[in-house]
Ligand binder design. Structure first.
Ligand code: BGC
Length: 258
């Protein structure tokens, strides 16, 4: 391997508040240079978002080869490149062929997947689930709850367990970290009254061997994860806010080659 140039992928994470991208060293799962972040346009229509993605994809000419495919995450169900839901994004995304839209905008081959799915793949390859076998459930706690299911490292895409109906509510409206903020809940109340119930239902349905918790709030994991009583170990994500970019970059190269 000595002297061989590192294999570099390109990932962009499309979120409700920001669109972030970076070149990723696929050997280590680390960014090659600092990421570029641009606020998500409002309204976040496909056209407006595609323009920002094109700008970010073009921001690393010294590090990313023009032939390198782009991996992008999107916070919705993405079935074969097409958005099928829009829980926290502009409804005009539903039915949009996101892969085609971003390929036209960037001139690259593009692989698009759900944000939590991308984060789970990154945690599986480089982070908290690296040594895990069996059923791994990834959950991201943010504006909504993103979920991803891996079985011995293979992704079952688009699980959407954040929208389970629990006690008569769409689960993410009660247990996401946005609910903690909105209702001004302490970590303790949020953990004991909201997360405990959420994770015990999910655990009853899936019997995971490991639960990984990502999203910005996972930086404060010591304030709430130790309060949860579950059968499976529940651990914070290790890649934190880089995971979506990293997972998308990896999968795009796996799909198209470098
Ligand atoms: C969406 C998911 C997404 C999650 C996290 C949910 O509201 O339905 O597709 O993964 O939010 O962004």
């Amino acid at each position: 391997m000595a002297g061989e140039a590192p294999k570099i992928g390109l990932g962009i994470d499309i979120g409700g508040s920001g669109i972030k991208g970076a070149p990723v060293d696929l050997a280590t799962g680390e960014f090659v240079v600092d990421r570029v972040k641009i606020p998500t346009p409002h309204p976040s229509t496909p056209r407006a978002v595609a323009a920002v993605v094109a700008q970010i994809a073009a921001a690393f000419p010294e590090h990313v080869d023009p032939a390198t495919p782009l991996g992008a995450t999107f916070p919705a169900v993405i079935q074969h490149g097409v958005a099928r839901s829009a829980a926290n994004v502009d409804p005009s995304w539903i039915g949009t062929d996101v892969e085609r839209l971003l390929a036209d905008a960037t001139g690259r081959r593009v692989y698009v997947l759900n944000d939590a799915d991308a984060a789970a793949v990154a945690e599986d390859r480089y982070g908290a689930a690296k040594d895990a076998t069996g059923v791994v459930l990834m959950t991201t706690l943010g504006t909504g709850i993103g979920t991803a299911l891996l079985v011995d490292g293979t992704l079952v895409p688009n699980t959407e367990f954040g929208h389970l109906e629990i006690d008569g509510h769409d689960a993410e409206t009660r247990a996401a970290s946005s609910a903690k903020e909105r209702e001004d809940l302490s970590y303790e109340r949020w953990a004991r009254e909201r997360l405990q119930r959420y994770y015990e239902v999910v655990e009853m349905l899936l019997s995971p061997d490991l639960i990984v918790v990502g999203g910005g709030v996972s930086r404060k994991a010591e304030k709430f994860l130790p309060l949860l009583r579950l059968n499976a170990p529940i651990v914070p994500a290790e890649l934190r806010n880089t995971a979506g970019i990293v997972g998308a970059a990896v999968l795009a190269v796996e799909r198209f080659g470098g």
